[in-house]
Design a binder for this molecule. Structure first.
Ligand SMILES: Nc1ncnc2c1ncn2[C@@H]1O[C@H](COP(=O)(O)OP(=O)(O)OP(=O)(O)O)[C@@H](O)[C@H]1O
Length: 505
């Protein structure tokens, strides 16, 4: 008769398992040099089956990459998660680096073990390669998640690769319902962190890809704080509303129209959005797409979690004129004939958006007034973002980016002067940035900027003194009116500020 105190505790079972597995691995790597591969497999399998028979309280899950012919997401998640948990004592690892990767990726190699603890439950992971002809040091983990290696499951040599996850049987529910989802979410975080963004551009009607290393982020963007916050909130809402889009039967896509003069940061904002979301960018130059059928092929070749950008939509292609040349007998949007605006909108609204997830489309233009009303129709572009001339707030962001100046503690002596001169449509952020780059010495750079601002104000006054006078007095009146009815409400004030900017345009 057995008493519970005679039974080994789960902790000691796992400790014993881990040590034994470690010894097995050491013996295995020595044996690897001396014993032929088929004999190695036989010995390893025999020892393993002996061990598992003796620890009846252990449950072992096997996780391979085959999910009835589809990929097994848990396998991929485990592969990514475990690559961050590799013990310093590991004796055999697989290393890989794809041409797009910035860093090398480390993966478990055959027989390697990782010990993990989840809510005080001890877990042992092992990567196993079974059967087939061993080459080049014992196979490896499929590296699709990070390095372009072989996939798990059965490979061409008839060798199967899988993970084993062992733990005490009594924790089965916790592991399946809590630990596995935890691994999946961790793996997503790690992948997002590591993700290399790609910029895809057209070359002879094919997407050609390079690594996107644009440094622009929302922190570096010279924009009004309110507008910046609105854009970030909109992106966040879009990303977390997968279920919502499904429920209401809408394609999970979002459209933005960025408009404003050249050099106000439209392209930089696209890059900031891509960096924020970790989305690839597809830069679609419409001028090189002549037919609806080409557009269709190109759009279908784009991947999920991406931003499709069509820059300078007003002048990239003369779409309205092309509408005047319909091709007989063809359906709209499926035509082999010339690319039309309706074809473009048809694909964007229909086919392309319904066959992918997490898609963003961005149109940019310097002339919103020249756009076809069909593009501006409510519901087509979800958010219209005006990128305007450099405000004082925008200047402060640029001064901090380029000269490391912060206005928090002690603003630079020239800040008040710049605040007075920069208001209105005087300089674009690109022009301000150019001035700030002229010297590393903040005094010199800011004095240069003050000179340019003075010259530009004078020039615009001289070019239209009457209009300037009228604008100034209207602005003053509007300012006084706003001051009287929004005193003490910063949020209201900033909204009115936007109106003031519009008033100037
Ligand atoms: N709002 C901004 N914030 C930060 N930097 C900016 C901003 N606007 C312009 N810049 C700077 O000016 C350069 C040019 O800006 P960008 O190409 O993003 O402007 P754009 O509006 O897309 O111009 P265009 O309409 O000519 O394509 C950027 O590389 C960046 O250094």
């Amino acid at each position: 008769m057995f008493f519970s105190k005679d039974l080994p505790s789960p902790t000691s079972v796992f400790t014993a398992y881990a040590s034994m597995a470690g010894y097995m691995m050491m013996i295995r790597s020595m044996a690897h040099e001396l014993i032929p591969a088929p004999l190695q497999d036989f010995i390893y399998r025999t020892l393993r089956s002996l061990f598992f028979r003796s620890s009846s309280s252990t449950l072992t899950l096997t996780i391979d990459d085959d999910n009835m012919g589809m990929n097994n997401e848990i396998y991929r998640a485990a592969q990514t998660y475990l690559s961050t948990k590799i013990s310093p004592d590991a004796v055999r690892l697989r290393i890989s680096k794809g041409h797009k990767d910035k860093h090398v990726n480390l993966y478990l190699s055959d027989g390697e073990i990782v010990n993990d603890v989840y809510e005080d439950v001890q877990l042992v992971w092992r990567f196993v390669t079974d059967g087939g002809d061993k080459k080049g040091g014992g196979g490896g983990v499929g590296g699709r998640g990070g390095g372009g290696g072989r996939r798990g499951g059965m490979d061409d040599d008839g060798k199967s690769e899988y993970f084993e996850l062992s733990f005490d049987k009594k924790h089965k529910d916790l592991i399946l319902n809590s630990y596995v989802p935890y691994i999946e979410s961790k793996a997503k975080e790690i992948r997002d962190e590591r993700r290399i963004l790609m910029l895809h551009s057209l070359n002879s009607l094919r997407w050609e890809s390079v690594i996107l290393e644009h440094p622009s982020t929302f922190e570096t963007m010279a924009m009004e704080d309110d507008l910046k916050r609105d854009v970030i909130e909109d992106l966040d809402r879009f990303i977390r509303r997968k279920e919502f889009y499904k429920r209401v039967g809408k394609a999970w896509k979002r459209g933005y129209l960025l408009y404003g003069p050249p050099g106000t940061g439209k392209s930089s904002l696209v890059a900031a959005m891509a960096n924020y979301l970790k989305f690839d960018v597809y830069d679609l130059q419409l001028a090189s797409v002549m037919r609806d059928s080409d557009l269709r092929r190109l759009l279908l070749a784009t991947r999920n979690r991406s931003i499709l950008v069509i820059e300078d939509i007003d002048c990239a292609v003369d779409l309205p004129n092309r509408i005047e040349q319909p091709v007989e007998g063809k359906n709209r949007g499926e035509s082999q004939g010339p690319l039309t605006l309706s074809g473009l909108l048809n694909f964007i609204d229909g086919l392309w958006s319904s066959c992918g997830d997490e898609r963003i489309i961005i149109f940019t233009t310097n002339h919103k007034d020249r756009l076809d009303p069909a593009l501006l129709r409510p519901g087509r572009m979800d958010m219209h973002i005006y990128m305007g001339h450099c405000s004082f707030q925008g200047f402060k962001t640029l001064a901090s980016n380029y000269l490391g100046l912060s206005d928090a503690a002690m603003p630079h002596r020239l800040f008040p002067e710049i605040e007075r001169l920069i208001d209105g449509e005087v300089m674009t952020p690109a022009q301000v940035a150019e001035e700030l780059m002229k010297s590393e010495d903040a005094d010199v750079a800011l004095e240069g900027l003050v000179n340019v601002l003075e010259k530009m104000r004078l020039k615009s006054k001289e070019s239209n003194p009457v209009m300037m006078k009228q604008k100034e007095s209207r602005l003053e009146m509007e300012e006084m009116r706003l001051k009287s009815d929004t005193e003490g409400s910063p949020r209201k004030n900033s909204k009115r500020f936007k109106k003031l900017v519009l008033f100037w345009t």
